[in-house]
Design a protein around this ligand. Sequence first.
Ligand code: BGC
Ligand code: IFM
Length: 817
Amino acid sequence: MKYGHFNRETDEYVITRPDTPTPWINYLGQKDYFGMISNTAGGYSFYRDPRHRRITRYRYNSVPDNQPGRYIYIRDVEKEDYWSPTWQPVKKPLDSYECRHGLGYTRISSAYNGLNSEITYFVPLDQTLEAWRVVLHNTKEEPVKLQIFSLIEFCLWDALDDMTNFQRNYNTGEVEVEEGVIYHKTEYRERRNHFAYFACSEPLAGFDTSREAFLGSYQGYEGPQVVRQGDSKNSIAHGWAPVGSYQVQITLAPDESREIVFLLGYSENPEYEKFSEPGIINKSRARETIEQYLDPAQLDADFEDLREYWEKLRSAYQVETPDRDVNLMINTWNPYQCMATFNLSRSASLYESGIGRGIGFRDSNQDLLGFVHMVPERARQRILDLAATQMKSGGAYHQYDPLTKEGNEKIGSGFNDDPMWLILSVAAYLKETGDYSILEEPVVYENEFGTEEPLHEHLERALQYILDRLGPHGLPLIGHADWNDCLNLNCFSKTPEESFQTHEDKTDGETAESVLISGLFTLAAKEMANIAHNCDYLGDPESYRKHAEKMMKNTMEQAWDGEWFLRAYDHFENKVGSQECEEGKIYVTPQGICTMAGMGREDGRAIQALDSVREHLATKHGIMLHQPSYTRYHPELGEISSYPPGYKENGSVFCHTNPWIMISEAMHKRGDRAFDYYKRICPPARESISEVHKTEPYVYAQTIAGSDAPTFGEAKNSWLTGTAAWNWVAITQWILGIRPEHEGLRVDPCIPSDWSEFEVTRKFRGSTYEIKVENPDHVSSGIRKITIDGESLEDNLIPVSEDRLWDKNLGCHPRCR
Ligand code: BGC
Ligand code: IFM
C-alpha cells in the first residue's frame, strides 16, 4: 500500500494522506541552522548542536506522536470553526491534503471548507532562520473572515536539561515582545547571549508567549483555548513554558489570495559583545535580518538559490537507467540522504534524540564516501576534524561534540575498528580530488595544542594501532567492539564497572579478536599501498602490501570456518559465527568485508562465502546480520543478545551491511545478484509495501526486522545511517561501475544482464564525463570496446588530464606550479 508517490520532474516525494505509518520527515537547513519536519509539520529546530542549542521543543515517545511542531491554526470567525492546515495537531478531516518533501524544503497544501492553504517551510542558504510562507486562497463565492494563529514552543536550549531538570527550568524561561517580534532569551543572563526570535509579516491582532495562556490549563495542542475562543491573551511568559504565537486577522474576498510570512531565527551577539555587555541581547542585528527576510521577493530569490544549491550538488552524478528506482535514488534521494548524514552524523532524527550522540568517528568517516564527490572542500575539513580527535596510539575518540569539535570523554575510545575508517575516508578523498596536499596538513592529537603531526602520520599510526594489538590467533583485538557496537566480547575480562569505562585507550587483559577488523585492516593497508604509490608522503608501498598479505593469509588460516568466514574469537577463544555455535552461526559482516578485501578470491572461498550468505542470510526484505538470531542473553557476547531476535544488532536486516555484499558480488562479476540485493532494500522498491516497511520510501532506514522477528520486513531508524553512503558506493561505483581511482575514472559496470544500456553524467576533477554504456549481448560485465570522444581506449581507466594528476616529484598538481 502506498501513501504517496515520487514526482521526478520536481524531485519531490508527494504524500497524499497525512496518517502515514510513521511520521515521514524531511530536513530543513544546509549548514548551521537545521530542522526536522514531518508530513504533518511536527519536528524541531536547532543551531549546529541539537543538544546544546535546541531552539524548539519536541516530545519524543509521546502521544499523540510527533508533536509539537511548526503549527498554524486557522479559524473561520463567523462559523467559529478552526482547523490545522497541516492536519496535526487539530486533526479535523481535510477536504484535500498533500505534503511535498523536496530538497531542503517542505510544502504542505490542504483545503478545508472552501479555503485552500499552502505552507512552504525552508531555511535560506547561509542563514540562521527558517521561513514559513503561508498562502491562503478563498475559493468560495462569499468573503471569509479569518484568524490565523501560529505556534512554536521554545526549548530552553539544553535539550537534556529541558526534559529532565524541571526544578530549575520552570523558573528560567524569559521572553520579550518588542515591535511585533517575540524574542526568546532564556539563559542570556549567563553571558551566553544567544537568543531566538519569531516574527511575522502582518500587523498583529494579538500574541501569546505563555503556553498555559495559549492552550488553557490541562489542554493540549489539538484545541487551544485561544484558538477556540478566537482571543489571544497577549501573555508574557515568566518561567514555565515559553511559546511563540501570533494572531493575524484577514478577510479574503471571493477568489482572493494572501501570503503571510513567519520567521523563526537564531541570533548571537558578536563575540566582543559577549564580554562587554553581558546579558543584553543585540536585537538590532536580528531586526535587520527580520526586515530583510519578511519580504516575499527576498524569499523568492532565496528559494531559487536553494534550488540551485541542490541542483549543483546532485549534478556531480546523474543517470538514466532502465530502472525507475535506481534513477530516483541516484539522481535525487540517495545524495540527499548522504548530505543529511554529513550534516548530522547520527545526532538528530525521529529516532536519535539529538542528545545522545555527537559526530561519530566511524560513522562520519564512512558517510564521507557518499558526500565527498558533492562537497570535497567540506569533506576535507571533516577529515581534519575527525583526525584531530585521534590519539597518539592511533586509536580515536569514538565521537566528538559538534559545537566544540572535542572528543567525547564519556564514550571514549577502544572501538578498535575506528582508526581503519579514517584511512578509507582519506583514500576516498584522494581518489575523488587528487588533492594529496591534505596528507601534509598538520593535525593535533586529542585536540591538544602542540601535538601536531601531518595527516599522513595519523594514517600510519592508525595502521600501527592494529598491528600493536593482535590477539592469540594473530587477528586484530576487538577492544570494546568493532563495527558492531553491540558485539562486546571482552565482558569477562573486566569488572562490570570497567566494561563501561572505555575512555582509557588500552586493551589490557582483552583477548577477543575480530575477523571484521582483519578484513578492514587489509582494505586499509591496500589503500595505504595505493596512496604510497601515488605520492611520497607514505613509506614504501611494498611494506603496506606485505602487511595486507600477511593479514589475509593468517585470516584464511585462522578464520575460515569451512563454508564462510568466522566472525570473531571471544575472550575464551571460542568461535563466534561458526558452524559450531548453537546460535549466531554465520554473520554477514566478515563475508562482506573480507571478500571485498580480496580474501579467498583466488581459491574460490570468496564465492563460497557469498553463496553461504545467499543460502543462510538473504531474505526478501534484505540480508540479515546473522543467523540464527540469539534467543537468550549470552553474557560472553554482550549487548548484541540483549535485543529480541530479528531486531537491531541481533539478526535484523542491518541495511548498512547489505551493500558490502553487493560490492563483493560485483567484484566477483555477479551483476544480477548484486542488483537483486540492491533492490531488496531500495526504499522506492519497497514503496508499495509501505504498510509493512513503515518508514519513508525515499530514504534508507538503518534496520528492517529480520525473519526471526514477528514484524519481519518492518523498518526502523530511517535517515541517519551509514546505509546511505554504502549503497551510494555500491550502486554508483560497483554496479554502474563508474569509480574514481588515483589515476582517473574507472568504467567497469557489473549490471543486471537484462539491461540494454544506461547513461551517466559524472563530474570528476574539473571535467564532466558523459558516459553511455551499451549492452547488446546482455552480459553483466566485461568491456568489449571503449571509446572516448570517438577514439578507442585500451584500458577502461579514463585518465584525467595531466594537470589534474598529482605529480610526485613536484609535490603538487602541475597546474599549481
Ligand atoms: C547500536 C545500538 C546500541 C548502541 C549502544 C548503537 O550503535 O545501533 O543498537 O544499543 O550502539 O551500544
Ligand atoms: O557501526 C555502528 C554505527 O557506528 C552506529 N550504528 C550502529 C552500527 C552497528 O552497530
